[in-house]
Write a protein that binds this ligand. Structure first.
Ligand code: XMP
Length: 517
């Protein structure tokens, strides 16, 4: 296992994902992790991440000296290499030539880390690597025992190696996909230099999780809020495999779900997998509470609180339940723990379950706490969940409640569901669904005049939205083919009595958000 110490780089989580992709378990912890915890983790290798600060600044974070005495390989990336260089007797200078983005590195092929890894061969006999750089400072003097491993024009020391002690430093970022050979470099480090085997596979993750769950809950009963989203679905499948009938799921139909979603959840989990699922039909309750409310945040609050009420009531009837299962995943744990403050154990607040009645005293069972989203998806498929469910676009907790602009009414929700189902069906049929990151339909409670055949129509408008994004923080509107949009628009207006006009949203984020509310 690999320990990654986080000096605050925006890419730190990516390092962890790359190591996991190499089939090796790793954890990401703040740079000032306690000595005892480091020893307890007992890593086979260490990676020091990049970071926004300058190692030359007063009070800048440094690596625990213990790290260089554990006798295990160390890979310092960017800031991680600079602090390692300084701490082991080299120097770092503030450079006037900043380097951001693409760069070509000359790799001296003699070190185990970069040997035979190159994008191009140079006439001088160097290997050339296309990499991603992002730094101001640079190492100016090698520490004792280190050799030059790579260089660029603006960073003559872009890679350093002490082969004997297995200490390596890279000024560029192998974890970023723009570094073509990045994954190979990470694999070289964790497999060959640290000697970790490729044991972190979906099958092994499942086997280990099952053992852990059985140990944790014993013969107790567990309750899970099942939403049909990826995380809670995978928790359901995993728990069912681990503890069978000790699991009861509560699925709340709030009337704001997608077309046939409730039926699909029941078909998959209850009928197909034989899981006990209590379906609560709470459409009237939710729509009743939303009556007359048009402010988006107010709607979110009502939907969230009503969910908690309904879930608590149902879970409270399961008097034997001792555990509440949740689909918390690793990025939630890292984020809620904060970069430095440590161990705060937060309940996933933006997601469904909030508080439970005091008298229930449920303990938390979070079997996905160590997994990234892509790992959750892989074990979901391995557990037999339908591929389309596991790779579905994200759907907000408040559901159609924030896709119907202004006041929510059943009539609007029913029309929106139909239009959205046509849009998604066509996206899949045209093999565009997996090319966009999120696509959905928005309902506008305004009427527009149309004409079909001899008749004049005066009906509602829907907007189609599709975006491409990596992190959902920024997004580009998807340039879907005109013929495709034309086809979807015709189908919606022809097939749905109640909608007479379709528009396409061409706003990016920023300045827009992905959802309309
Ligand atoms: P925005 O609209 O903020 O959306 O650009 C970014 C991503 O977050 C999702 N989203 C939500 N998810 N509860 C959720 O669970 C919400 O209230 C919520 N609002 C937005 C949105 O679908 C997109 O994927």
């Amino acid at each position: 296992r690999i320990l990654i110490l986080d000096f605050g780089s925006q890419y730190s989580q990516l390092i962890a994902r790359r190591v996991r992709e190499a089939g090796v378990y790793c954890e990401l912890h703040p740079w000032d992790m306690e000595e005892a915890a480091i020893r307890e983790f007992s890593p086979n290798g260490l990676i020091l991440s990049g970071g926004p600060e300058s190692t030359t600044a007063e009070g800048a974070p440094v690596a625990h000296p213990l790290l260089f005495e554990l006798g295990v390989p160390v890979l310092g990336i960017c800031y991680g290499m600079q602090t390692m260089a300084r701490q082991l007797g080299g120097s770092v200078e503030i450079s006037d030539r900043h380097e951001y983005g693409y760069a070509q590195v000359r790799a001296h092929g003699h070190t185990p880390l970069l040997k035979d890894i190159e994008d191009h061969a140079s006439p001088e006999g160097y290997g050339l690597l296309d990499v991603w750089m992002s730094h101001g400072d640079r190492v100016s003097e090698l520490p004792a025992g280190f050799k030059l491993m790579a260089s660029t024009d603006s960073a003559p020391i872009a890679g350093i190696a002490d082969v004997e002690r297995h200490f390596y430093g890279l000024q560029f970022h192998p974890e970023v996909t723009h570094t073509n050979q990045g994954q190979r470099i990470i694999e070289r480090f964790v497999h060959e230099i640290c000697g970790c085997r490729r044991l972190w596979t979906p099958e092994n993750i499942i086997d280990e999780s099952i053992d852990q769950i059985r140990q944790q809950v014993g013969d107790d009963e567990v309750v899970l809020g099942l939403s049909g989203g990826v995380d809670s679905s995978v928790v359901a499948a995993l728990l069912h495999k681990a503890i069978g009938d000790q699991l009861t799921c509560v699925f709340v139909d709030n009337g704001l779900l997608r077309h046939l979603e409730g039926e699909q959840v029941m078909a998959t989990f209850a009928e197909h997998m034989g899981i006990r699922v209590i379906r609560v039909d709470a459409e009237d309750l939710f729509l009743g509470k939303l009556k007359g409310v048009s402010d988006p945040e107010e709607k979110r609050k009502i939907i969230g609180n009503t969910f908690i009420d309904v879930f608590d009531t149902e879970a409270g009837k399961l008097t034997n339940a001792a555990w509440l299962a949740q689909g918390t995943i690793y990025p939630d744990v890292i984020e809620s723990a904060g970069a430095k403050t440590g161990k705060a154990h937060l309940i996933k607040s933006h997601h469904n379950v909030g508080g439970l009645p005091e008298n229930m005293k449920l303990k938390l069972c979070e079997p996905l706490r160590e997994l990234f989203k892509d790992e959750v998806r892989k074990i979901g498929v391995e557990l037999g969940l339908p591929f389309d469910m596991v790779y579905r676009h994200p759907f907000p907790g408040p559901g159609l409640g924030v896709r119907i602009l202004g006041e929510v009414k059943k009539e609007y929700a029913d029309l929106l569901r139909l239009a959205d189902a046509i849009y998604i069906e066509e996206l899949r049929k045209h093999e565009l669904y997996d090319k966009v990151s999120q696509a959905f339909t928005v309902f506008m409670p305004v009427k527009s005049v149309g004409v079909t055949g001899d008749g004049r129509r005066y009906q509602y408008v829907v907007a189609l939205r599709a975006v491409e994004t990596i992190d959902f923080m920024t997004a580009r509107w998807a340039h879907l083919p005109y013929e495709f949009l034309d086809h979807v628009s015709r189908r919606i207006v022809n097939e749905i009595d109640g909608i007479s006009r379709v528009v396409y949203d061409i706003t990016g984020k920023p300045p827009g958000t992905i959802e309309w509310e």
